[in-house]
Design a protein around this ligand. Structure first.
Ligand code: FMN
Length: 176
């Protein structure tokens, strides 16, 4: 199984989930993990593409919310470090640019979001699903992972991500 994990992350939580997903899938074959800024846009040869993003204002990050994240990181009381690619184009932009070769991969998506009821938090995977749908593509699996009020991952979420990743193996091999 050949996997691409593509993500964006402001403070590292989504990156840590992306890395946990990639680690879990290494035993199944080739795995590439990349920020959206550096990810390939031509998706040929992948059985499954796993897309991860933080939830910002109930949706996918955009330039204004990334800037707001940068101001959070500037505030020393928050204890947050901005990721190197945080202000670069992210998943929203990558989804617009990516192109498919003859064989379509399966798609899975995850978000990170606040540990509050989803109705108040929103969930970036809903937007990923809509963007794929616009291209006649289907999101086959999705999951959200939780951060605390300081945007740090809750304990146990990386293990939950590894378990979720392994649940994608039958999804990736399913062919219509
Ligand atoms: C500008 C901004 C807006 C946010 N809006 C939401 C939101 O609407 N719902 C939510 O659950 N979390 C929200 N958050 C919290 C993020 O989801 C959280 O910072 C993120 O999951 C941390 O992942 P990262 O370190 O990979 O960026 C917001 C964070 C920022 C910086």
């Amino acid at each position: 199984m050949n996997t691409l994990v593509v993500y964006e992350s402001m403070f590292g939580s989504t990156r840590m989930i992306a890395e946990a997903v990639a680690d879990a899938l290494r035993s199944t074959g080739g795995v590439a993990v990349s920020t959206a800024a550096e990810a390939p846009v031509q998706l040929s040869g992948y059985d499954i593409v796993v897309i991860g993003a933080p939830t910002h204002a109930h949706t996918l990050p955009q330039p204004s919310s990334r800037q707001e994240a940068a101001t959070w990181a500037d505030d020393p009381t928050r204890g947050l470090m901005l990721e190197a690619d945080a202000l670069e184009p992210g998943i929203r932009e990558w989804l617009e640019r990516m192109t498919l070769a003859a064989s379509e991969p399966r798609f899975a998506a995850f978000s990170t979001r606040a540990d509050i009821p989803r109705i108040f938090a929103g969930d970036a995977t809903a937007v990923i699903r809509r963007q794929l749908h616009r291209r006649d593509l289907v999101l086959d699996a999705h999951q959200d992972f939780l951060v605390d009020s300081s945007s740090h991952l809750l304990r146990g979420e990386q293990q939950r991500a590894r378990d979720w990743a392994l649940s994608l193996v039958p999804v990736a091999s399913r062919r219509e």
